[in-house]
Each structure stands twice: as C-alpha cells, then as structure tokens.
Design a protein around this ligand. Sequence first.
Ligand code: 3EB
Length: 352
Amino acid sequence: MSIQTAYTSFSNFPQRSKLLEEKALGAICFIDNSSDSNAIEKIEMPAIQLHTSILDGLYGACEIWLSNASLGTEKALTNGYLGDISYRLNDDFLFGVITLPESVSSEIDGDISPLQFTTESAYRQIFALMDEMNYPYIYRFWNYMEDINGVSHGLERYRQFNVGRKAAFTACSNAVHIQLPAACALGVTDGPLSIAFLLGRQSPIAIENPRQISAYEYPEEYGPQTPSFSRATLLHSEQATLLFISGTASIVGHQTLHPTDVVAQTKETLINLEAVIAEANRTIGEIKFDLMDVFLRVYVRHAADLSLIKNEMQRHLGSAMNAVFIQADICRQELLLEIEATAKCITESSSS
Ligand code: 3EB
C-alpha cells in the first residue's frame, strides 16, 4: 500500500520542502499565532490550516500523508482541482481538501442554515469527485468548523452539520460505493468549513466499537439526523494494513459518561480506543495494532485540563507516549476531550 503518515512541525517545512513536493499527497496542519503559514503555502500540495492553540507536542502539529511507492515504481504525483476541491493523487490514493466559507444560496427556500447548506454542498462535491476520478472508496474525513457548539436556526451547529452531511450521503449513495468512513468533527477558533479526505481504490472494512452504539444509529436526542461515520476503517492487503481511527470520546452506548470529570473521561476514552483496536485485530484474525505504537492526536476542550489528561494518558501508555495536544471544541458540550489516530504510522521527531 503506497501511503504512510508522518508528523512534523512547521519549523521542519523548509528543510523538507523537496521531500514534501515530491511525495506529499497532502496535509492537515494545526497552526497558532507563532506558526509561519507561508511555509505551507509554498509547497504545492492540498492542505487545510486550522486555527487553534497547540498545547503540547508541537513537533506533531502537521499530519502529512506521504506517497510511498515501492522503489523503482516511483511516479510523479498528479495535482488537480475540481470545483472548490484541491487534490493530489497516486495510483492507489487521492487526498483532497475543500474549504468553504459558510453561505446559503438566495435561491434556497425556507430556513436552511448556512452551515447545513455549505456542508451538503461540500460533501456533494467530494462525492462527485469520487465518481469522476474513479476512486470509489472513502477511508477518512477530517471536519473542522468554527463555533461547533453554537446554536442558530433553533439547532446546535454540529447538528446542522450532521443534517447537511447526511443529506449528501443519502443523495449520492447510488453514484459511489459509499460505506460510512472514519471521521472526526471539531470546533476551531475561526475560519471556513474545512474538510480533508482520503479516497482510494481498495474496498475498506468499516469497524464499530462493541461498547458503543454506532453513531449512525444514535437516538434522536442527539439531533434530527445521525452522524455519518464509522468508528474506524480498516484497509487490509498483503503489502500493508492501515487503521483509520475516528475521533473517540467518553461515550458508552450512546451516552456521555463522566460529564464533569476529565480524568475519568480520559480513562473511558482510552478504553474505547482499546476496544476499537481490539475489534480491528479480531476482524483481521491477528494482533496487528497496538495503542502503544500509535501517534495520537488529542483534542482538549479546556487548555487548563492539559496536564490532567496528559498525566492520565502517560499512566496508561508510558512516558514515551507519542501525542500532540490541540485545543478544540468537541461536538457534545459535556465532552472534554476526543482522541484520534491512524495506525500504523511513522513518527518524525523534531531532532530527526
Ligand atoms: C462521538 O463518538 C463523538 O461527526 O464525524 C467523533 C468522531 C464524533 C466523528 C463526526 C463525531 C464525529 O459521537 C463525536
């Protein structure tokens, strides 16, 4: 499988620009006031830039998807645009980004919110690209928006997003082989609706967490339309095995547990991650993945909770744990953190 992830900071971009230009399919970059965002724009690859605070693990603030064709078969990557999407591809994978300011067409009747409208149009564009480019499988979505817990049009904005996303999935499921992919959905300080995605040509396996009700089956108390994602997607072939783990939080069944206890939420979230990984290993029939080997991205609602979360994680994973901690709002008001990851990945440290 010709892909791998790397984690790096902005400060490494200039030294690595040649590697990135040749091999990077795209990037998901968290930036704060001290980051030099020009460094990303100089490199020709699709990237989303997310405005937030990086609380710890700065060396991992940029997730880069590298094309990793086996020696001798190396081909130049192809860049392209379709509508508002920017993408880059190799034979097996297409990484794309779409960033849309929230707006609603004046031709639309009724009281549809700009976020719902914009989400549906972004997803419709992505599904049209899958069809057009013949990358029929979707492995992962990364979704970022501002003020995710804000309320307008009588509905929380995350729930508006779910309505728009679901509408696009429903409308397009004939055109492409859509299985619900792994995903995350977070609130950042400001900026347009920003979505990154990874498509491919090999059919993935959707993984659910036996401790949790599938998100697409959540009861109505969490909004008029359910969230369209699976707990993880597994790509399994002879060459490589990849597990995309969705944003994972302190939810058991469909309920948020330990609403005011950040340490207990951290513990519960780790148990959920273990459960998803165990389910993937069970599906393969072999122990392939281990939480200990994975680079984790931790979204922290309150910056002041950082050390409690980090200490609790180190208690379980050891002090050599690899993680970046990003300030972000989680999609349920009572959730204080969410953790996501891709396994197996290669981690770069700032010293390498
Ligand atoms: C949850 O389990 C927590 O809407 O795409 C996690 C991962 C969550 C993805 C999404 C939401 C999403 O429901 C929230």
